[in-house]
Design a protein around this ligand. Structure first.
Ligand code: IPD
Ligand code: CA
Ligand code: CA
Length: 273
């Protein structure tokens, strides 16, 4: 089955509505939220599951046979429902990316939704409710923020540029990270999806993610690539297409970078991680 433009438009429209509804709910809850701990290590709130349910219900209204891979399942597991019928499309959902910020009432978080077909993201939406910014991309089209085209930067690694890092650097900060920290104005925003979106709009020259899961990167990867950035694993290989039937929450070390610095950062990662 081939997907037509009208199918993609309908998927995009649905993803945007779902992301906006979930983001609105998260904003309503942020100052009143109570958290618990899942898998002995991560913070989670009832709002994470509520937002996920809002998204899944919205998608099912239009696409009852599509599949889902989403972060919040029962007892800390992932939520997975295989697609049925002829349109083998998976919706990959992170209802709140940046829960650690959210729990602390820091309004830096995003809703991330991707539709994946034949292992490749075909639609990506990242919604930042705090700034009312919606990043979108449809395969083979421009990346956009609030319907305006965005492009990755062509900035070099220097003392004026920023590279996004995360906080999973282990007990001893690796050499590649030290180098990025000393050579650039590095940032760690607490939302992997937003950091990728920021590479897409040229705010960050790159972001190195050490332990992201599929739902952290699926929408962002399409958005960043559509904006002219390069998205690979730490060996420099493409992450997609991916066999989603066999995806069960594995970590996917990811480098998203503008085309000027991708090779340089990749070398750092290969040599010093
Ligand atoms: C996390 C955030 C964080 C990143 C972690 C993710 P969550 O997602 O994106 O910035 O460093 O790897 O798990 O738990 O807030 O959805
Ligand atoms: Ca996440
Ligand atoms: Ca999350």
């Amino acid at each position: 089955m081939t997907l037509e433009q009208k199918d993609l438009s309908k998927i995009l429209e649905t993803a945007i509505v779902a992301a906006r509804l979930a983001g609105q709910k998260a904003l309503e809850d942020i100052n009143f939220v109570k958290f618990s701990i899942k898998n002995d290590s991560e913070l989670v709130t009832p709002t994470d599951s509520a937002c996920q349910q809002i998204i899944i219900d919205k998608v099912k209204e239009t696409f009852p046979d599509h599949g889902f891979i989403a972060e919040e399942g029962d007892q800390g597991k992932i939520f997975k429902q295989t697609p049925r019928g002829s349109q083998q499309i998976w919706w990959v959902i992170d209802p709140i990316d940046g829960t650690n910020n959210f729990v602390k009432k820091i309004p830096i978080f995003a809703v991330s939704i991707a539709a994946v077909y034949q292992g490749e993201p075909i639609v990506g939406v990242i919604f930042d409710p705090s700034t009312d910014s919606i990043f979108t991309a449809v395969k083979d089209n421009d990346a956009q923020i609030n319907s305006r085209r965005i492009n990755a930067s062509d900035g070099n690694m220097d003392k004026y540029s920023s590279v996004g890092l995360d906080t999973h650097l282990g007990e001893k900060v690796p050499q590649w990270a030290l180098e990025i920290m000393t050579r650039t104005r590095f940032r760690t925003l607490g939302s992997a999806a937003l950091q990728i979106a920021y590479v897409a709009k040229g705010a960050l020259i790159a972001t190195v993610l050490t332990r992201p899961k599929l739902w952290d990167i699926a929408a962002g990867a399409l958005i960043a690539q559509s904006a002219g950035a390069k998205v690979t694993n730490w060996e420099g290989k493409d992450i997609f297409p991916m066999d989603l039937d066999n995806y069960n929450g594995q970590e996917l070390k990811t480098l998203t970078a503008n085309k000027k610095v991708h090779a340089e950062i990749l070398e750092l990662l290969k040599n010093t991680s």
